[in-house]
Ligand binder design. Structure first.
Ligand code: SF4
Length: 151
């Protein structure tokens, strides 16, 4: 019995001495086995998904690239003096036919060719005018919206 007691006391003493270390040493051993790195293995790291390609909005794909370009005057129909808008603005194909007493806004020498709104690229006889979209007006014409080209 005394031998059993002595053995028990020896075990307690041993555990007292190495008891704390008995827990720490195996943990150090496990850490050493993993290479001592704290980082997770690369294989376990989530792979970054490539960002999906940004699609062009449908509206941009179908938008004309030259929407602001004026319509070619050669493809535009000539405006008629009987056109209701032309009549309301007193448009005529030949400004020299205007009776100045009937049209006080008109001054001699005014014509579409020297109006700021005339869209001719050169000396075109017929060209667009921003007052009559989609229609060509005559370079010798005139209407009550006439505005002189800046000098
Ligand atoms: S706005 Fe100018 S270019 Fe256009 S029809 Fe009148 S006068 Fe001619």
């Amino acid at each position: 019995m005394s031998e059993d007691r002595k053995a028990t006391e020896d075990r307690r003493r041993f555990l007292k001495i190495v008891g704390g270390s008995a827990v720490i040493v195996p943990m150090i051993g496990l850490t050493a086995c993993s290479g001592g790195k704290d980082e997770a293995p690369a294989a376990a790291a989530p792979k970054a998904e490539p960002a999906p390609a940004m699609d062009k909005p449908k509206a941009m794909e179908s938008a004309p690239t030259e929407a602001a370009a004026p319509e070619s005057s050669s493809s535009m129909p000539k405006i008629s003096e009987d056109n209701p808008q032309a009549k309301s603005l007193s448009y005529v194909h030949d400004a020299t036919t205007i009776d100045a007493s009937q049209q006080p806004r008109y001054k001699a020498g005014q014509e579409c060719a020297n109006c700021a709104l005339f869209q001719a690229k050169a000396d075109e006889e017929w060209a667009g005018c921003s007052i009559f979209p989609g229609k060509a007006v005559n370079a010798r014409g005139w209407c009550s919206v006439y505005a002189p080209k800046p000098a």
